[in-house]
Write a protein that binds this ligand. Structure first.
Ligand SMILES: Cc1cc2nc3c(=O)[nH]c(=O)nc-3n(C[C@H](O)[C@H](O)[C@H](O)COP(=O)(O)O)c2cc1C
Length: 417
């Protein structure tokens, strides 16, 4: 189970952070716990909405959305939660609502005997507010009083009974979160403009994306550099030619569709009939609507919506139409800009079989299914929904960077591992 933990203190030295760090390392057998920091979030102010551009907030929103549950460790300040935690919760209940229907466990540590009991009661009330709407784990109060004496020099809780009680509470929370998640309704995905009629910051305007010569015209319009001109990347400097050599030598087919749903790039070095998912040079610049047959628009909308809204970071689907000698997987990976905003989809299509074969040979292992050794067993794994193949369509400019059918709703959680 994948949990995230919110430390309700912005102090550098915090007992609540210590408690969460202890939970993350001590109860690894129950879940993975990633800690989220509220320290750098701005103070909530309704007049200055940071919900769409504050990187820390956007990342926090996504991580909560993708988690199976949340643990909040609250300190107690003046008989309630800290101003910083309250402010964070206001951000998370204004334009963004990641805690909606999310199983949440409350616990806390304080300097004195009370162990943050009053703050925890307030926090439970806040989490029940309509804008937050979390599913709060009932009972099982974990109040760590006298926090200063509670930890040893390595950050471990010193009292074995406390460690045991905490384990019992967390074990029950894992069960609770599993049940609560299955009851929660999946968030609707936003309606996507697959025709790419809008624009994003990098859209090359005034050139018809769906035209066959978009690539030439758009390059001219923006004076796109090429050949031996150097480009400065995040950490490195390459010429455009070197960048092409590099991308073309990747053992996978790469496709880039931007946040405006425009198909901008693929690592073109093969003819379409040689590719795992057929792409043709004239498709570059087209909208996702143009490169998909109409019958799959619903699925494309569903997938792009999930990635854009941050509900998932990646979706994978096995495309079984390549026969038993290949295990072709289409991976749809959300991309984010330097401010944490959705920047489109990186679709990479990869035949995993050579990698698995190499791994088995290197390690001397073999595949076993239900206790019986298999040869090509994994290649014959059950196929996903009949049409879940992005390269399957080829009408007009067709052949597409997205799946053709929405797999079962809960297929996404497995896909985000
Ligand atoms: C302004 C202020 C008010 C506090 N009020 C309480 C309180 O009402 N109850 C309590 O148990 N501790 C109170 N404390 C002590 C906190 O429990 C202590 O600072 C604790 O370390 C805070 O958690 P942290 O270490 O995770 O930041 C207060 C501390 C401050 C600075």
């Amino acid at each position: 189970m994948k949990l995230v933990g919110i430390v309700g203190s912005n102090a550098e030295v915090s007992y609540n952070r210590k408690l969460m760090e202890f939970i993350a390392k001590e109860y690894k057998d129950l879940f993975t716990l990633e800690l989220l920091d509220i320290t750098n979030l701005p103070m909530f102010n309704q007049d200055e909405d940071h919900s769409r551009e504050n990187k820390d907030l956007l990342v926090m929103n996504r991580k909560i959305l993708q988690a199976d549950g949340v643990i909040i460790a609250t300190p107690e300040h003046n008989h309630t939660i800290t101003a910083s935690l309250k402010s964070a919760l206001e951000w998370l209940s204004f334009e963004l609502h990641p805690l909606e229907n999310k199983p949440v466990m409350v616990l806390g540590a304080s300097y004195y005997d009370q162990g943050s009991s009053r703050a925890q009661l307030h926090l439970r009330q806040i989490l029940d507010a309509p804008g937050v709407n979390a599913i709060v784990f009932p009972g099982h109060e974990f109040l760590l009083g006298k926090a200063k004496e509670a930890f040893d020099a390595e950050g471990n809780l010193v009292d074995d009974r406390t460690v045991g009680y905490l384990r019992m509470c967390l074990t029950k929370f894992v069960k609770f979160a599993t049940v609560a998640q299955s009851l929660a309704e999946r968030k609707p995905t936003p309606k996507e403009d697959l025709t790419a009629s809008g624009k994003c910051d990098t859209t090359i305007e005034g050139v018809d994306g769906d035209a066959d010569d978009w690539y030439e015209k758009a390059a001219e319009k923006v004076n796109a550099v090429s050949g031996d001109t150097y480009v400065k990347l995040d950490r490195g400097i390459l010429t455009v030619d070197q960048l092409n050599y590099f991308l073309n030598s990747m053992p996978m087919e790469l496709t880039y569709a931007d946040s405006n749903n425009q198909f901008l790039y693929y690592n073109y070095h093969k003819e379409d009939y040689e590719m795992l998912a057929k792409r043709r040079p004239v498709q570059v610049g087209c909208s996702l609507a143009k490169v998909h047959p109409e019958r799959v628009y619903g699925s494309v909308n569903w997938l792009v919506g999930l990635l854009r809204s941050g509900q998932i970071d990646v979706f994978r689907t096995h495309v079984p139409t390549h026969g038993p000698d290949k295990y072709v997987v289409h991976n749809y990976q959300a991309m984010y800009d330097k401010n944490g905003k959705y920047a489109g989809i990186n679709e990479y299509i990869l035949d995993f079989k050579p990698i698995v074969d190499w791994y088995l040979k290197q390690t001397g292992q073999s595949l076993v299914k239900n206790g019986v050794p298999v040869g090509h067993g994994y290649a014959a794994a059950p196929a996903p929904a009949a049409d879940a193949t992005s390269g399957a369509s080829d009408s007009g400019h067709g052949a597409a960077p997205a799946p053709a059918a929405a797999p079962a709703a809960d297929a996404t959680s497995g896909a985000t591992a």
